[in-house]
Ligand binder design. Structure first.
Ligand code: SF4
Length: 204
């Protein structure tokens, strides 16, 4: 266990060093003030993958630290999890200009880093937040509203992972914190919890 922890630390440290001055995406390099690598527990059972850093994240260097981050925290609490227990990163590590969507070539440029992060953390479950992360990981063409909360098995670097796509917390903000949408999001987080419990039981 300690060996695994040590190796994970080394791999994440190496990746952070490698990408901290990455210049692969011209527009993103001009728009970012820093590369937001990801944060959290290196022994996490759950790895969350968002879309891209926004203004708050770019300023603070931490993914999901604004209003969306608070919603994520509330959702985690609803399944008795804490932010300190998970690891969270994004599909692209640098803030797009004017909060635009990441482009296909930018997602592709950051994909090897994402796969290596997944391999280093080796979580029990990967939660993809929103369309961009879900497409980048599962290659699906189905929109998030149709596949949210539906587990997908996928192979990344020869290892198989369970993916659960969820709606982006920002969606709740765009919809005036609609309680129906919030309940759907909590239901999806319950599915995450059930899968974790099942996997933990099988390990005993
Ligand atoms: S988004 Fe990823 S690949 Fe593009 S410049 Fe930032 S770290 Fe490099």
């Amino acid at each position: 266990m300690l060996d695994h922890q040590h190796t994970t630390n080394q791999k994440i440290h190496f990746l952070k060093q490698k990408y901290t001055s990455c210049q692969s995406c011209k527009e993103l390099c001009e728009s970012r003030s820093q590369v937001v690598f990801g944060s959290g527990n290196l022994n996490a059972e759950i790895l969350f993958i968002g879309e891209a850093p926004g203004a708050n994240e770019d300023k603070n260097g931490i993914p999901f630290c604004g209003a969306s981050g608070q919603i994520l925290q509330d959702l985690l609490q609803s399944i008795n999890y804490d932010r300190n227990q998970i690891f969270i990163t994004n599909t692209v590590l640098c803030k797009p200009p004017k909060n635009r969507n990441p482009k296909a070539n930018e997602i592709k440029a950051c994909n090897e880093r994402l796969n290596q992060t997944i391999q280093a953390i080796n979580p029990k479950i990967i939660v993809t937040i929103g369309n961009f992360a879900t497409k980048a990981i599962t290659k699906t063409k189905v929109g998030i509203t149709k596949i949210r909360g539906k587990p997908i098995e996928t192979t990344i670097n020869n290892s198989s992972y369970t993916i659960v796509p969820v709606v982006h917390p920002a969606n709740l903000l765009y919809n005036g914190r609609n309680p129906v949408i919030f309940q759907q999001m909590k239901d999806d987080f319950n599915i995450i919890k059930k899968i974790i419990n099942k996997k933990t039981k099988h390990q005993k």
